[in-house]
Design a protein around this ligand. Structure first.
Ligand SMILES: [Zn+2]
Length: 96
């Protein structure tokens, strides 16, 4: 999937080091993270249907492959090319 390019107003400092994302070179990352929570009701419905039919495949067809999680919130940040290569960046972005 190819995301659209950023317009001037969409540029932000690097979420990790705070420098302009262009300082580290010509490439940077646009990182989108989504926190999900398990949907207990949906999981219970699928489990009950699996138990009732005795077939996970049939239960999946009957529920229409229902999502089993609910997105809580999504954030999108820019990360400069240098910081994007640091493994702790992902953990730091998920903490916020
Ligand atoms: Zn950075």
């Amino acid at each position: 999937m190819k995301a659209p390019g950023l317009k001037k107003a969409e540029f932000q400092p690097c979420a990790f080091c705070g420098n302009p994302v262009g300082n580290a070179g010509l490439q940077f990352y646009r990182v989108t993270t989504t926190l999900h929570a398990f949907d207990d009701d949906a999981i219970r419905r699928v489990a009950n249907l699996e138990a009732a039919t005795g077939s996970p495949a049939l239960a999946s067809r009957l529920t229409g492959d229902e999502p089993l999680s609910v997105p809580a919130y999504t954030t999108t940040r820019l990360v400069c090319g240098d910081c994007g290569l640091q493994p702790q960046v992902i953990a730091a972005l998920l903490e916020d």
